[in-house]
Design a protein around this ligand. Structure first.
Ligand SMILES: [Zn+2]
Length: 308
């Protein structure tokens, strides 16, 4: 998708919202026929306003305000809500143009462009969600200090839900560690879904795919890494399974974590590696970044493999 595709998407949004406005007018006029006349009058006054100003006539602003108030009162009386006939915009800041008055791009435009670039990594119809999180799948037999795997998963679910609900006011790094089949990937997808549902942009990559992109970039291929560095929430699954490539793996991984953290972006890392294995594999620099007590949350998954 290119910028012109994104602009075309805005034109579609405007058309849809225009249709919605027409539908609302028909609905209202059917119930309050007198409003059709008043709304027509208001429209005429608003068109006249700048013309009057140009030709030195008195301003009709007061007349417009009075008419607006009459229309709002009539709408409210019929239970429509005072602003029911106001223009419908998906983004009020740029009025669905993607561009602000000072000609800069609106935030919604940047978000849309980033999302288009991340298309392949976006959540499609994955079933994972906190709502469907099934604690019943985890063993209820006490295994540690009288606590069962189910107890521990309930706690992990709550911590991760709080992380997603407080995003972007959460720690820069969330590290989900533990052996295979304990539900780490599932939990990370729940976080991603919740953050997206809250209106933020998030993307998930397997380490394998992510580091392949880094490798291609290193070889000088035309790979756009910006979305990976810029997406507000990045989830990297299966860190530690990617091939270790000289001058790529550690270097790109460190830059990624470092730049994202410095820019206030959040990264969830899912790994089968134990904490000390991370140190061994990636070295002190990355290890201390990931473990930074002030800015990193670490969760250890324990128990039995729950996969079928
Ligand atoms: Zn906007």
């Amino acid at each position: 998708m290119s910028i012109s595709d994104v602009l075309a998407a805005y034109s579609q949004i405007r058309q849809q919202n225009e249709l919605e406005m027409q539908r609302r007018r028909r609905e209202v006029y059917a119930r309050i026929p007198s409003l059709e006349d008043l709304c027509g009058k208001l429209e005429t006054l608003m068109i006249e306003r700048p013309l009057r100003r140009l030709s030195g006539q008195s301003d009709n602003g007061e007349e417009i305000d009075a008419l607006r108030a009459r229309i709002a009162a009539a709408l409210e009386k019929e239970g429509f809500g005072a602003h029911y006939l106001d223009p419908v915009f998906s983004c009020a800041k740029c009025r669905d143009t993607g561009v602000l008055d000072d000609a800069s791009h609106c935030d919604c435009f940047k978000k849309r462009l980033l999302e288009d670039k991340l298309d392949a990594a976006r959540l499609t119809d994955d079933a994972a969600s906190f709502e469907k999180f099934d604690l019943g799948r985890f063993d209820a037999t006490p295994i540690e200090n009288g606590r069962s795997q189910r107890d521990m998963m309930a706690r992990i679910r709550d911590i991760c839900m709080a992380y997603a609900d407080s995003f972007p006011d959460c720690s820069s790094i969330l590290l989900l560690s533990g052996s295979v089949g304990l539900g780490k990937t599932y939990v990370s997808k729940c976080i991603m879904r919740r953050v997206i549902e809250r209106g933020y942009t998030a993307a998930g990559f397997t380490a394998y795919r992510l580091f392949s992109l880094f490798h291609q970039h290193r070889l000088g291929e035309d790979v756009d890494l910006d979305p990976i560095f810029e997406v507000p929430l990045l989830i990297i699954d299966d860190i530690g399974t990617e091939p270790m490539t000289k001058n790529v793996t550690k270097e790109y991984f460190f830059d990624l974590i470092n730049e994202r953290t410095a820019a206030g972006r959040k990264t969830v890392i899912v790994t089968n590696l134990a904490f000390h294995d991370i140190d061994e594999r990636y070295g002190e620099r990355i290890f201390s970044r990931l473990m930074d007590a002030r800015d990193s949350q670490k969760i250890l998954f324990k128990g039995k493999d729950i996969r079928y």
